[in-house]
Design a protein. Sequence first.
Length: 369
Amino acid sequence: MTNFTLHCDIFCTVVDNYGDAGVCWRLARQLALEHGWQVRLWIDDAVPLAQLAPGHDAEPVEVRPWPADFPPVAADDIPDVVIEAFACALPARYVETMARRGKKPVWINLDHLSAESWVAECHALPSPHPQLPLVKHFFFPGFTEETGGLLRERDYESRRQAFDEAAFRAEFGLPPRVPGELMLSLFSYPHAPIQALLEALAAADTPVHLLRPGSSEAPNRNGRLHVHPLPFLPQLRYDELLWACDVNFVRGEDSFIRAQWAGKPFVWQIYPQADDVHRMKLDAFLSLYTKVPGQVHRADADDAATDAAALSALTGFWHAWNGDGALAWNRFAAALPRLARHAQAWSKHLSQRPDLTTNLVQFCLERLK
Ligand code: TRH
């Protein structure tokens, strides 16, 4: 370890929604709080960050606006580590100054999360700048040992232990837990088959409370379905919502990871990409997720068959939620007890690996030696 403070600039462009700001903020905060780095987060749109982290001024991260006309930076103001998120192009002027720094900074492109196998081959690869004496490294998050890992705070488990579900319910005016009823959270893109889900839940075998963060609709009831709008929660409080629910519908990248840490059954709506590339990504994750080590090799053959049936219900439901097939809610709901065990095993399996920030710090320290 170093005995001096490392300085780091993170650059974030908000392409859309919350995930770009959400991932960068998590990383910035962890580098500062858990590794003692001095971090500046340059972000081109302050609006999502204000929603995700309303009190961010009190945190030890310096948030700076990234203007279209980036101001000149002195060579000695270039930090030890420069991170561009999701291949956002750094300001040309800033890159030229990076090249003039005596000891060149470690330059990282933090890429998108994917469970596809090529990620392991590309993780940590260098990419020399065509003209300048600089090398950028690709850092890929991922689910396996050969990748950069996933963002997870050191205090995640202790926050979870301290979570008071009854107080959470009371704060948001939710009814107390009734055995046999299900609590769901829903965070999705507008093109999800939401109407089909609402209809299936209204007619379902089990009564459901559906919590919709960031929704402005009025609370309502239809058949067995009760819909509860919630405010858009600060990022750390969104974890509380996931802990309080039996099933979480999540999307994109960051809420998808949080649902996995929560260790509850979840339904992922993947971010749509051109040429249906996202379908391959969805299946790559499903093939990893449905083979959690230690879960599928049960001694009892009947148990193994029931697990396989539950995972097949999950696969079918996820495909339908992503636009491929009809939503079979009752089949999925019947599999929930098995899927809950599975989700816990998956979460435990993932948490045994070092988190992304620790891996990234290690990677940078090796290059700064
Ligand atoms: O919002 P997303 O769709 O974000 C993105 C962007 O579309 C981006 O372009 C893309 O690159 C990326 O996904 C993969 O979904 P995501 O990633 O789940 O981010 C949502 C964030 O919002 C996450 O940090 C959780 C947070 N959140 C809250 O903090 N409170 C809430 O109430 C809710 C619903 C979400």
